[in-house]
Design a protein around this ligand. Structure first.
Ligand code: ZN
Length: 131
């Protein structure tokens, strides 16, 4: 079986958690050398993205900008009341593909893998599959 599930506990209503090391360790346990590592979250109010993991202010700016784009209070129909979280999830996306080479994720010098929570805190699942 090449599919793997990781559990990630989020701690805030909105946050981007750096899960790069967690993903890299799980990928190394899959024992594959080459391919594409698909990293997918099976949720509708939580996304996944690649971005800078050197300066934490980048993630703060992303979250603030998303809040400006998608205000907490707006003309939303969804009765559950968490439309902003659904919309931000679609903007960020629910999966990323990363090249796997020599058994390692091929990420840029400044890149990390971030789970983006928009309706936490909750326990979230991250699926990994090497294709
Ligand atoms: Zn909802």
């Amino acid at each position: 079986m090449t599919h793997r599930e990781l559990l990630v506990r989020t701690h805030s209503k909105e946050e981007c958690l750096n899960i790069t090391n967690m993903v890299a360790e799980a990928v190394s346990q899959l024992g594959k050398d080459e391919g594409i590592c698909l990293i997918q979250v099976p949720h509708t109010t939580c996304g996944i993205t690649l971005n800078e993991d050197a300066d934490p202010d980048v993630i703060k700016d992303i979250l603030r900008s998303l809040k400006n784009l998608v205000p907490d209070r707006g003309n939303y129909d969804h009765l559950e009341g968490n439309s902003p979280a659904h919309i931000k999830t679609s903007l960020v996306g629910s999966s990323v593909g990363v090249i796997l080479e020599g058994g390692h994720l091929l990420l840029g010098r400044w890149q990390g893998v971030f789970l983006c929570e928009f309706d936490g805190p909750r326990q979230r699942r991250v699926w990994l599959k090497i294709i």
